[in-house]
Design a protein around this ligand. Structure first.
Ligand SMILES: NC(=O)c1ccc[n+]([C@@H]2O[C@H](COP(=O)([O-])OP(=O)(O)OC[C@H]3O[C@@H](n4cnc5c(N)ncnc54)[C@H](O)[C@@H]3O)[C@@H](O)[C@H]2O)c1
Length: 255
């Protein structure tokens, strides 16, 4: 048998949230190239259609959904189960950052908006997917996305976002304990700075330089620098890794 990074993913069903985002689209493309079947979900139906049409292989589906809506999450899980032939992995990338450089400007709406999508929707989607995986009895993989902010407290007006990402690390560890006995691994990927709309929107140039100066490799990651790690975590090679926070920051953090 040929050794591949994505060993075990051929024909498997993978849900990718935030799929039209910078990292999400690279992750969707990587899974498709590894032979998996992708359910790509995000807010913009037209962008999803373009993404899915361009993926390698067949059997991919696009589902436009606002993950803050409970019914959307349940529908997503049902469609993945029925149309992908089961759910092997969930990759939960959907998130927002509202940069407020002065803490005094943070409103309750800013707090709620970031917690609702980044943390609350992630928990309930992970739980719905976990229940479907347990029912199917074949184990599975859940991969969440935290950020260097979980460790640093966040740069460039992202304190509230950082709180949600700290929550993601704790949540992923808790889920890893709960789901381990069912053969479901749960790990979190922690990017440093990645060249996507999230990092380029409303970014103060001085704060940006201060952050990039802290990267020993000297440059931002490209989205493809994250997708290989995600495919690895979903593959057979990672079957004994759970509860981990995988640091992919060009050395910005060292742990
Ligand atoms: N870009 C970075 O430097 C960086 C650094 C650390 C962590 N991350 C994390 O990586 C993940 C992907 O980030 P990215 O850089 O690709 O961001 P991005 O902004 O390009 O993509 C995020 C996607 O989430 C979607 N989304 C937002 N709200 C949603 C909702 N209510 N329902 C459904 N989808 C919704 C957006 O439409 C968008 O396509 C995020 O969890 C982010 O926190 C990114």
């Amino acid at each position: 048998m040929t050794w591949t990074v994505g060993h075990g993913l051929e024909g498997k069903g993978i849900i990718v949230t935030g799929a039209t985002g910078g990292i999400g689209s690279a992750v969707a493309r990587a899974f498709a190239a590894a032979g998996a079947r992708v359910l790509a979900t995000d807010l913009d139906e037209a962008a999803l259609g373009r993404l899915v049409d361009a993926l390698d292989g067949t059997g991919h589906i696009a589902v436009a959904a606002d993950l803050r809506v409970a019914r959307s999450r349940d529908l997503l899980v049902a469609r993945a189960r029925d149309e992908l032939g089961g759910i092997h992995a969930l990759v939960s990338l959907a998130a927002v950052v509202r940069r407020q450089y002065d803490l005094g400007d943070v409103t309750e709406d800013d707090w709620d908006a970031q917690h609702d999508i980044n943390l609350k929707a992630t928990f309930f989607l992970c739980r719905a997917v976990g229940a479907a995986m347990i029912e199917a009895g074949r184990g599975g993989r859940i991969i969440t996305f935290t950020s260097q902010a979980w460790w640093t407290g966040g740069y460039a007006g992202s304190t509230v976002y950082a709180a949600t990402k700290g929550g993601i690390v704790a949540l992923s560890r808790g889920l890893a304990r709960a789901y381990g006995p069912h053969g479901i691994t749960v790990n979190s990927v922690s990017p440093g700075l990645v060249r996507t709309p999230m990092i380029t929107t409303n970014m103060d140039p001085v704060a940006f330089k201060a952050m990039t100066d802290q990267i020993p490799l000297g440059h931002l990651a490209e989205p493809e620098d994250l997708s290989g790690v995600v495919v690895f975590l979903a593959s057979d090679h990672a079957r004994y890794i759970t509860g981990a926070t995988i640091n992919v920051s060009g050395g910005m953090l060292m742990y």
